[in-house]
Design a protein around this ligand. Structure first.
Ligand SMILES: *Cc1c(COP(=O)(O)O)cnc(C)c1O
Length: 417
């Protein structure tokens, strides 16, 4: 009985809702189905664009209205925090222009990203150079462009900045454990809080303005309370420096705000409340200036990739699952399927048909180009060569991850509407 129900549950949304009502009382606590078909994830504007423009080949279509809504949701959820959009999530000029016009600031990781933010109309005071790993000549270029806020996590980087951007503001990034993040950021960035104290004292001694502390709780962070322990660390760094007469002013609370893939996520509002409560708990009435750097949460749900089924096949006559090959894979922009970390919602025109799990793979001749195999992906049994599929929630970390002509495939095209 339940096996049949779970198949039926994957069908169209109306039946899904109806069946939920019918089935709920009968089922004795099965796990929440992972696949929740949510028709709102591809906006009418995107559907209409794909239908009328018929773009050839795989492409990303981004709806600026969704980006605008996301910006306002962050503004509303954390009204006292400055928003620094993490440009690397999607640097499309139209997105940067829209955000600049809404008053956003920009977190950039390279001189090229800084230039893009400037070209979009942002002024240098609204741009940070947030990468802790910079060439000294790039720091000098950023300084010449008017950038005055830099990230550090080591004494060596402080020395570079003191030479190449004398007098600049610096904030020191501290490590976090990344627990609860679906795309954790490892130990590459940040230092332990005790070392952050030393780094900021050193910056002060070298004539820089020791301005604050930053952290990033890990990307696609699904726990709203993840900011709490990092804010406790930040407060300890503030207190230690105050003892030495150095008064920090700013906490950069990073990105990590999730976008909805297959599972529901808490609202921006819920994150805002949890973060504000943590700030109050650790800083009391003496709240520092705060910054947030949303990347994925700003653009992820604004984009949809249109792709095509190239092949549906099996490995033997009695193989009990299909292999479905798309014209986009890990090297075409879906790099975040690495280790099957990010699981995108996929829509087809046959979603009312019966579903069966299959292996989903990309088109290149690299054996790593398999998207979902350990945890196979349910797709319609009737899915066939030439069918169009929509990969939702792909507005962040796709276009810039796509390779230039690996195996002769073009980099992912992008349309911003
Ligand atoms: C990538 C990055 C972000 C954005 O992270 P999301 O998880 O996409 O919000 C923010 N800040 C820094 C320093 C980053 O490197």
């Amino acid at each position: 009985m339940f096996a049949r129900m779970s198949v039926v549950r994957y069908r169209g949304l109306h039946r899904l809702v109806l069946l939920h009502i019918l089935i709920r009382p009968l089922s004795s606590g099965p796990p929440e189905p992972e696949i929740v078909r949510d028709c709102k994830m591809t906006t009418a504007r995107i559907l209409d664009f794909i239908k009328t423009r018929r773009p050839e080949g795989p492409c990303l279509v981004v709806d600026l209205d969704v980006v605008r809504d996301n910006y306002h949701a962050f503004r509303h959820a954390l009204p006292d925090s400055a928003i620094y959009y993490a440009v690397k999530a999607n640097p499309a000029p139209e997105i940067l222009k829209l955000l600049a016009s809404l008053g956003s600031n920009f977190d950039c990781a390279s001189v090229a990203e800084i230039q893009m933010a400037l070209d979009a109309g942002a002024s240098p005071e609204h741009i940070s150079y947030g990468n802790t790993i910079k060439k000294e000549r790039d720091i000098a270029r950023a300084h010449a462009l008017g950038i005055a806020l830099f990230a550090v996590d080591s004494h060596e980087e402080v020395e570079k900045i003191s030479r190449a951007a004398p007098g600049a503001r610096v904030f020191c990034r501290v490590l976090t454990d990344g627990e609860g993040a679906e795309w954790p950021l490892s130990r590459k960035f940040g230092c332990v809080p005790q070392m952050a104290v030393d780094v900021l004292v050193y910056a002060h001694q070298l004539g820089l303005e020791s301005y604050g502390v930053s952290f990033h709780v890990g990307s696609q962070m699904t726990k709203v309370d993840a900011w709490d322990s990092a804010l406790a660390d930040a407060k300890r760094v503030f207190a230690q420096l105050a003892k030495q007469g150095i008064h920090l002013q700013m906490v950069n609370m990073g990105g990590g705000f999730p976008t909805k893939y297959l599972r529901d996520i808490p609202s921006a509002e819920a994150y805002g409340q949890a973060i504000f409560a943590a700030l109050r708990a650790h800083f009391g009435n003496n709240l520092p200036r705060t910054i947030i750097e949303p990347g994925r949460g700003m653009v992820g749900n604004a984009g949809v990739i249109k792709a095509e089924v190239v092949l549906v096949s099996k490995k033997s006559d009695n193989d009990n699952h299909r292999w479905v090959y798309l014209d986009i894979g890990k090297f075409g922009g879906l790099a975040e399927t690495m280790d099957e970390a990010i699981r995108y919602p996929i829509r087809t025109e046959r979603d009312a048909d019966e579903m069966e799990p299959c292996v989903l793979a990309g088109p290149t001749c690299d054996s790593a180009d398999v998207l979902y195999e350990k945890n196979m992906y349910p797709l319609p049994v009737s899915l066939t060569i030439g069918d169009e599929v929509l990969i939702e929630g792909t507005g962040a970390y796709t276009t810039t991850y796509s390779a230039v002509a690996f195996n002769g495939f073009d980099p992912l095209k992008s349309y911003v509407i």
